[in-house]
Write a protein that binds this ligand. Structure first.
Ligand SMILES: C[S@@+](CC[C@H](N)C(=O)[O-])C[C@H]1O[C@@H](n2cnc3c(N)ncnc32)[C@H](O)[C@@H]1O
Length: 257
C-alpha cells in the first residue's frame, strides 16, 4: 500500500523576474514539489523548467478573471499540503519583502504543518542593479531605504517623509500609480534636481527604464505604463545610469527651443 506523503510547505523566493535569477536551492526545492502555488510576478519560463507532472496553481492577486484574497491563498496552501504532500509557495523576489509571508507561515503552522524558507533575490536591489544603478556609492550615498510610499488608506507613510529628509537612496515599491504625487512629495524636501528612475519589467526582455529628475519626471509619463508594476529609485546614485546625463542634456535642449 502506498504511504500518504508527509505534508510540508516551502516558501521559495523566485527572484525578480528572469527565470535564471532564482537561487540554486530555490530551483532544487521547486523541482522536488508535489504542487506549486505561484504569484503573478513569477516567470512562466521558470515554471516551464519544472516537470509537467507537478501541479501548478496560479494564486496571483493580479488577474482579470479571479483575484485570490490572502485568506483564499492561506487555505489553498493547507488544503494542497494535506492532499498532495510538499507544497512550494513560490513568491516573486524574496518572500520576506512585502510578501505577506508571515501570514502564510502562521496559518500553515497552526495546522501543525512545518514550513521552511528559501530566500530569493529581491527586486528592490536587483532591478536597479540590472540597470547599472547602485544602492550605495562611496561619497554619494551610504544607505538605502526600501519602502512603499503609501499606507493602507492611501495616505503617505511617515517613512516617505523621513527618507526624503535624509540623503539615503530611496527604493519605492508598489508606487508607480502614484508616481507624480510621490515625486512631488519628495521634491519638497530634496529639491527638483535629484535624479529619479522608474524601472518596469525589471530583468526581463521587455525591461524599461525611465530616467529623469524630480522636476522633470512629469514630462515622461508617455514612457511609463501605470498599469504595470515598477520600482521607483530616487537619489544621486541614479546619475550612475549610463543614459542619465544624455537624457538631461536632451531635456534642457528641448525646453530651451
Ligand atoms: C508585493 S511587492 C513584492 C516584492 C517582492 N517580494 C520582492 O522581493 O521583489 C511587488 C512589487 O515589487 C516590485 N517588483 C517586483 N518585481 C519587479 C520587476 N521585475 N520589475 C519592476 N518592479 C518589480 C514592484 O514595485 C511591485 O509592485
Amino acid at each position: 500500500m502506498q504511504q500518504r506523503k508527509k505534508s510540508k510547505v516551502s516558501l521559495v523566493g523566485a527572484g525578480p523576474g528572469s527565470e535564471d535569477l532564482i537561487t540554486v536551492r530555490g530551483l532544487r526545492v521547486l523541482q522536488s514539489a508535489d504542487v506549486i502555488l505561484y504569484d503573478a510576478l513569477v516567470s512562466t519560463k521558470l515554471l516551464s523548467q519544472v516537470n509537467d507532472s507537478i501541479l501548478k496553481i496560479y494564486v496571483g492577486k493580479r488577474c482579470s478573471q479571479h483575484s485570490f484574497t490572502q485568506d483564499d491563498i492561506n487555505m489553498l496552501i493547507v488544503e494542497n499540503a494535506f492532499k498532495y504532500g510538499h507544497v512550494v509557495r513560490l513568491k516573486g523576489g524574496d518572500p520576506f519583502v512585502f510578501g505577506r509571508a508571515h501570514e502564510e507561515i502562521e496559518y500553515v503552522e497552526s495546522f501543525g504543518i512545518p514550513v521552511s524558507i528559501v530566500p530569493g533575490i529581491s527586486s528592490a536591489l536587483s532591478v536597479p542593479a540590472s540597470q547599472g544603478i547602485p544602492m550605495t556609492r562611496r561619497g554619494v550615498s551610504s544607505s538605502f531605504w526600501v519602502m512603499t510610499a503609501t499606507k493602507r488608506d492611501g495616505s503617505f507613510s511617515e517613512d516617505l517623509k523621513y527618507a526624503s529628509q535624509s540623503s539615503a537612496t530611496m527604493v519605492i515599491l508598489m508606487g508607480v500609480r502614484k508616481l507624480q504625487e510621490i515625486t512631488d512629495e519628495v521634491c519638497k524636501y530634496r529639491g527638483s534636481e535629484i535624479p529619479v528612475a522608474v524601472i518596469q519589467n525589471g530583468t526581463l526582455k521587455n525591461e524599461s527604464c525611465t530616467i529623469a529628475t524630480l522636476g522633470t519626471i512629469d514630462t515622461c509619463s508617455n514612457n511609463i505604463d501605470i498599469s504595470k508594476p515598477g520600482i521607483i529609485v530616487i537619489g544621486n546614485v541614479v546619475a550612475e545610469h549610463p543614459s542619465f546625463f544624455e537624457e538631461e542634456v536632451q531635456r534642457v535642449l528641448h525646453s530651451s527651443l
